[in-house]
Design a protein around this ligand. Sequence first.
Ligand code: SF4
Ligand code: SF4
Ligand code: FES
Length: 224
Amino acid sequence: MIINIKRGDSFCSYDLDIQRNITVLELLHKIKEIDPTLSYRHMCRAGICGTCAVKVNGKNVLACKTRLDKFEDESIVLEPVDNAVVIKDLVVEHGYWFDKYKDIRVDFIPGKYDNFNFKSIENAKNCIACFICNSVCPVMPIDKDFGGPFAFARVYGFLEDDRNQNKDYAKLMKGVLNHCTHCKNCNYACPLAVMPEVLIKKMEDKLISAGLLQAPQNDLFFGF
Ligand code: SF4
Ligand code: SF4
Ligand code: FES
């Protein structure tokens, strides 16, 4: 099997005789054995830490949760995820995306509550910070003020928590939540089915109800 890995401005090719019943991460370990200079990120190897996101044949995946037999071609292309600064090879900068979250984060202030419905925030709490959603978002590279699907999904988990009395929805406007185009790329790409766009839409509705955002003036608002 031929594996082409983007390393800087060019690609390095590796020709390996391997079984396809291994994961992309295990493949990277095998390549590392013959080329120790290759860099990639991983920790848990179980789809929990979110650090191993890469692009395989143009599709964003968690390397540790994706088996090679998913790809039928004799050769595959591995690249770092998009919309991020590449540190080296497949390793990208995560700090910028965490900072975007910090800009709009809503603190948890325990308050009185009659009923705690975990189901309403379960999706958001499943997020593993893999940033695949940010890497497929068309708004991220052109709008520096946009918080991004990762940050909004995280904030949703606090704003909609029945136990949190901090309902500072206005914070969302700092991340210009309304600049989301509702393209749904983030919904389709998220490996944990967090559905960030759905959460964004719910928060947009809350902003409109609170008079913090103008309601759409036409029927095209539903997205495409
Ligand atoms: S739905 Fe919104 S947040 Fe999600 S990828 Fe599209 S523009 Fe970005
Ligand atoms: S919302 Fe999904 S794609 Fe985005 S960081 Fe969380 S787990 Fe990853
Ligand atoms: S190594 Fe942790 S999610 Fe892949």
